[in-house]
Design a protein around this ligand. Structure first.
Ligand SMILES: [Zn+2]
Length: 98
């Protein structure tokens, strides 16, 4: 994988499918506070200081707190700031679950 991958040419679904995104939680686009890279991550509602019963499709990224997740750039667990809730990916998740 190239380290200088163009951020405008990202495949969000592929990033979400990668083990690096995590297996559970709401798909969000998030920025690593350590190295500044943007990646798709899964974070639970609780991790982002949201009510566990909240409707993820109604979430605003600005309401979500930063959450801890591993960063392969920093090679450690670090903090990520949500920049967008990927509701499109969330819906395809739900389709698969039914
Ligand atoms: Zn990082």
């Amino acid at each position: 994988m190239s380290v200088d991958a163009d951020q405008d040419d990202r495949d969000l679904e592929a990033e979400l499918a990668s083990p690096a995104a995590g297996q559970f939680g709401v798909p969000v686009d998030a920025v690593c506070v350590g190295c500044g890279r943007t990646r798709v991550k899964r974070a639970s509602l609780e991790e982002m200081d949201q009510h566990p019963q909240a409707n993820p499709t109604a979430l605003e990224a600005t309401d979500c707190t930063s959450f801890k997740h591993v960063c392969y750039g920093c090679q450690t667990a670090t903090w990520w700031n949500p920049v967008a809730v990927l509701t499109g990916l969330l819906e395809s998740d739900r389709d698969r679950g039914e």
